[in-house]
Design a binder for this molecule. Structure first.
Ligand code: ZN
Length: 236
C-alpha cells in the first residue's frame, strides 16, 4: 500500500468501481505493545516509515465515507496506530470512527494445538457489533512468542481464522450493503452531521463533500499532486 503505483490503482478502483467495505490491516509492528519497549529514536523512525502509507489509508477511508461506503481498519487491541498515526485524524476530524474489540480465539484462532487470544481492535465508520466476541475464559491460550517449526508465531497469527472472515462476509458486508442501499439510513452522513464536519446542505451536497475531502486530504497531507488529480476528477 506504500507504493505510489499501487495507491493510484486502489484510488482508481475505489472511485471508478467502488466497494461496499474497504478493509485494511496496516502493519502493527511499530504501534503494538512490543513497540513501547523500543528505544525512542527507533520507535520514531519506524513509525515515520509507516506514515506515508497511513496518510494514504486515511484519505481512502475519508473518500469511502464521502461516497457512501464503509471502511474497517484492523490492528491489535490498544494499538497506538489509532492515536499516534495519520489514522488518528479520522477521529480528530470528527469523521465517523467506531471501535470494536474482539478476541480471535472466539473465532477459533489456533496454533500448535491450542487457541490464541489475539485481541483485536477494529475501527470503522459505524458499530460492527456483529463482530464483538470476547474470549469465553474457559480455555488456555498459546502465547505468541518465539518460533515453531513453521517460523515466527507472531507472523503466523497474522492469518485470520476462517470463521472471522466468514462473519465479515456474511454479516458485516451484508449489513453495510443494506444500509448503503438506503434501507435504514445513510449512517455515515447522519453521524458526520451530528458531529462537527459540515458536508454541506445543498441539493446534492456533492461539491461540498468533495471540498471537505480535499481540505482534509491537505490536512492529512503527503499524497502528492497525482492523488489530488484523482480527487479533482471525482468532482467532475
Ligand atoms: Zn480465549
Amino acid at each position: 500500500m506504500g507504493r505510489l503505483p499501487d495507491q493510484m490503482l486502489m484510488l482508481h478502483g475505489l472511485l471508478v468501481y467502488g466497494c461496499k467495505l474497504l478493509f485494511a490491516s496496516p502493519s502493527c509492528t511499530p504501534w503494538g505493545n512490543n513497540s513501547r519497549g523500543w528505544e525512542k529514536t527507533k520507535l520514531q523512525k519506524e513509525r515515520a516509515t509507516e506514515t506515508p502509507t497511513l496518510q494514504f489509508l486515511a484519505v481512502m477511508c475519508l473518500l469511502q465515507v464521502i461516497i457512501g461506503g464503509s471502511y474497517m481498519i484492523e490492528n491489535p487491541k490498544n494499538s497506538d496506530i489509532y492515536k499516534d498515526s495519520p489514522l488518528a485524524l479520522l477521529e480528530h476530524e470528527s469523521l465517523p470512527s467506531e471501535k470494536t474489540v474482539l478476541d480471535q480465539c472466539a473465532y477459533g484462532a489456533s496454533m500448535d494445538g491450542g487457541l490464541i487470544r489475539k485481541s483485536t481492535e477494529m475501527r470503522s465508520d459505524g458499530p460492527m457489533t456483529e463482530l464483538n466476541r470476547s474470549c469465553s475464559g474457559e480455555h488456555e491460550h498459546v502465547h505468541l512468542r518465539g518460533t515453531n517449526k513453521r517460523g515466527s508465531r507472531t507472523a503466523q497469527a497474522a492469518v485470520y481464522p476462517d470463521e472471522l472472515c466468514q462473519t465479515i462476509v456474511d454479516k458485516t458486508v451484508k449489513r453495510v450493503s443494506t444500509t448503503q442501499s438506503g434501507g435504514e439510513n445513510k449512517h455515515q452522513c447522519h453521524k458526520a452531521e451530528n458531529k462537527k464536519v459540515d458536508f454541506g446542505r445543498s441539493s446534492n451536497g456533492t461539491s461540498e463533500r468533495v471540498e471537505s475531502a480535499c481540505a482534509t486530504s491537505r490536512t492529512v497531507g503527503g499524497l502528492g499532486s497525482h492523488s489530488y488529480t484523482v480527487v479533482a476528477a471525482a468532482r467532475a
